[in-house]
Design a protein around this ligand. Structure first.
Ligand SMILES: Nc1ncnc2c1ncn2[C@@H]1O[C@H](COP(=O)(O)OP(=O)(O)OP(=O)(O)O)[C@@H](O)[C@H]1O
Length: 704
């Protein structure tokens, strides 16, 4: 057997001549063969080799099996993955929640949530009703779950979490990809119908959604802000700022009339539902620039839709809502100190009927404004700029501003208020302000006389006299505005003023205005407001103490027309006739055109529940007014006299100073003259001695 093997080894060595040629290699080779042969005779080694062989066979079969399974999988399975942050992830997870797929799961993450917001109630341990967040089971599955879909297909779902974001992997047990298509479609449709809020979107990488920005400086911002804050839209927001400021337009779910309002918080993304679509709304607070102006505020809206017309509908709805809400109120836009429209305040609309003006005045004004607004086409056709100017002038407190507010309410227009005396308003900023107003609005320029050199307030006062009895001329005060006449005319005539805009200007001093400003074309209608007439006084009394038939009862006079008020502990019943009579007497007691409506209104407010007391006290009130006026006049005179005396004293001092300085100058001039005078004229001691001081370098000149 051994010789047999050796001869085999020799035979092998013969096949490799190099082995045969090298004697030591051949010996090594033979030794190895001997070792191998010897090992084979060892039963343990033989066993090991058998294991190795079998292991190799099993592993190879397993690998082939896996390959075959994966081939079968890829052949018979359709796989899809959905990443968190994508809308598609929301569709699928919403579907899984609603179909309670996770209910079979055995691995959960328990979180505290508002149970009302969980679609699958089986996963929320709700029922405490104690207003505290409930425990909710969130699937944190890595094990695949399998579910039977549409009673036809098996679908396996698994969830992985990597770097804080989950991925859902779906496997449909079908060779047909259409099954997956249908599944995704169903999940998407279900999601659209569901009330499940979409995820917060910081940036729409897919560019699939519509994003609109509304800048604070634009009027559409006001529409959208107002619309969003209307109760039905913002009611579901869960982050808000609580405000008691009247100007903050907010909502209050419980009681819209309460003073506490919920206002959307800035820089948070709210998901709201609008007409069956989801909106993401973000209010961005502006920042203060180096001039202290707040700029950069905006509302950013992301529409969960690809349909642009939806955005158009949204903006239109906001505009209509804003306009309708404006029916009961008037918005007044105000400027800041830098010549920009800074903020808007809303006031309750003033009923036109509350204006107390001589017969026909307010009706004429309203009819004129309406006619103007309705005749845009005519203006275009006739080539006449479509603008109209109204100048309301007269005594203070006679109703000029009130008229404009009432007209704005009646016409549904907003007021853009500019005071020419406001700091920062100059020709340039005025032009910019006008350009930034929308068409169809009321531009109100109050106290337009500020743009002109102002006269002394009390022109009717006696002239001031100096010590010698001469009239001291009044010094014209500089204009109180930085706006020049040229700038003002420019603005009134500018193209920006031709878009159906009503310009109202008010002044207490029409005589101070330049004729160029009030010529037709710039101020088309001028209305004078005077102090209260008898007719106005009667109307005013009637407005304060209206006849109220609802208060009639059996206890009243048989004619049944009476006014009933509670005055402290007694009740007064007055018939309509009695009230009328009181009104007439009141109007007769007040001198015509002596007091403004504002003054009388102030008086009547002090006895607003007692018409008899109002009549009884009017005499004393007028006396008090006269006394006050005399005292004020006296004080003014004293001040003026003191001012004149001060001026006179200053002038005297000035004259004295000039005189003293004049004397000084004279003396100096004489001295100088004397120095420069020829020899003969000089005083003996001042005469040139002809001797220069030693060391001065002056040549000695002897003159005599
Ligand atoms: N004709 C009026 N009809 C109704 N209310 C009036 C009238 N005049 C004055 N008032 C009342 O007096 C107050 C001041 O009126 P308003 O501001 O309209 O006067 P004005 O003429 O614009 O004064 P000014 O020239 O000082 O601006 C308001 O509260 C208003 O209700």
């Amino acid at each position: 057997m051994a010789s047999n093997n050796a001869s085999k080894a020799v035979a092998v060595a013969r096949q490799f001549p190099i082995l045969a040629q090298s004697s030591w290699i051949s010996q090594l080779f033979q030794a190895l063969i001997r070792l191998f042969r010897h090992s084979l005779q060892n039963p343990q080694v033989a066993e090991l080799l058998r294991f190795i062989f079998l292991g190799t066979v099993v592993e190879t079969s397993r690998a082939i099996g896996v390959k075959m399974v994966s081939f079968v999988n890829s052949f018979f399975l359709v796989k899809a993955s959905f990443k968190q942050g994508e809308l598609s992830y929301e569709w699928v997870s919403s579907f899984l929640e609603q179909h309670k797929v996770w209910n079979q799961s055995r691995t959960f993450r328990v979180v505290a949530r508002n149970a009302k917001q969980v679609a699958n109630k089986d996963l929320a341990l709700a029922g405490n009703n104690d207003g505290y967040p409930e425990a909710v089971y969130e699937p944190s599955v890595s094990e695949p779950e399998m579910f039977w879909w549409r009673r036809r297909h098996w679908i396996t779902i698994s969830k992985d979490e990597k770097e804080g974001a989950s991925t859902l992997t779906l496997q449909v047990w079908s060779r047909n990809r259409k099954v997956l298509d249908e599944f995704v479609k169903e999940a998407r449709d279900l999601y659209m119908k569901s009330e499940r809020p979409p995820p917060r979107i910081d940036y729409d990488w897919s560019q699939a959604l519509i994003v609109a920005h509304f800048n604070q400086s634009d009027f559409a911002f006001d529409w959208v802000q107002d619309y969003l804050q209307s109760e039905n839209i913002m009611a579901d927001a869960n982050e808000f700022t609580v405000s008691t400021k009247q100007n903050d337009v907010g909502w209050n779910r419980e009681d819209p009339n309460q003073i506490i309002r919920y206002v959307p918080t800035s820089n948070t993304k709210q998901r709201l539902r609008w007409r069956g679509h989801w909106l993401q709304v973000e209010f961005v607070i502006g920042y203060e620039d180096s001039n202290g102006r707040t700029t950069g505020g905006s509302i950013n809206i992301t529409l969960h839709s690809t349909d642009r017309s939806l955005l158009t509908q949204f903006i239109e709805a906001a505009r209509v809502h804003y306009t309708n809400a404006s029916i009961s109120r008037v918005t007044v836009h105000l400027t800041d100190n830098y010549g920009s429209w800074a903020r808007a305040v809303t006031k309750n609309r003033r009923a036109f009927s509350t204006l107390i003006l001589p017969t026909g005045v307010k009706e004429t004004l309203l009819a004129d404004a309406k006619e103007f607004l309705a005749s845009e086409e005519w203006y275009t056709f006739a080539g006449v700029p479509h603008r109209r100017g109204y100048l309301l002038y007269g005594e203070p407190g006679t109703g000029k501003s009130s008229t404009i507010h009432a007209i704005a309410g009646e016409l549904g227009l907003e007021i853009y208020f500019i005071s020419l005396a406001a700091p920062g308003i100059d020709d340039y900023t005025l032009g910019r302000l006008i350009r930034d107003t929308p068409s169809r609005c009321i531009l109100l320029i109050e106290d337009i006389d500020c743009a002109f050199p102002s006269r002394e307030d009390d022109e009717d006062e006696e002239p001031l006299l100096d010590a010698k009895g001469n009239i001291i001329p009044r010094e014209p005060a500089p204009p109180r505005s930085q706006v020049t006449l040229a700038g003002l005319l420019n603005v009134l005539d500018s193209v920006a003023s031709e878009e159906g805009r009503l310009t109202f200007a008010t002044t207490n001093h029409i005589e101070a205005l330049d004729p160029a400003l009030i010529r037709p074309g710039r101020m088309d209608l001028k209305i004078q407001y005077g102090l209260a007439t008898t007719e106005q006084l009667e109307q005013m009394f009637d407005r304060f103490y209206p006849y109220n038939p609802d208060l009639a009862d059996d206890a009243g006079p048989s004619i049944g027309c009476y006014y009933d008020v509670a005055i402290r502990d007694r009740r007064v019943r007055l018939s309509a006739e009695q009230l009328l009579d009181l009104g007439r007497k009141f109007a007769g007691a007040v001198p015509k055109s002596k007091y403004s409506i504002a003054q009388l209104q102030g008086y009547l407010l002090s006895s607003k529940n007692d018409p008899q007391a109002a009549l009884a006290g009017i005499g004393a009130w007028m006396e008090a007014q006269e006394r006050e006026k005399r005292e004020i006049d006296e004080m003014k005179k004293r001040r003026r006299r003191e001012a004149a005396a001060r001026r006179e004293a200053e002038e005297r001092m000035e004259r004295e100073r000039e005189r003293v300085e004049g004397v000084g100058y004279e003396a100096q001039a004489q001295e100088k003259e004397a120095e420069e005078a020829p020899e003969g004229d000089a005083e003996p001691e001042q005469a040139f001695s002809g001797q220069a001081s030693p060391g001065t370098g002056v040549t000695e000149i002897v003159t005599g």
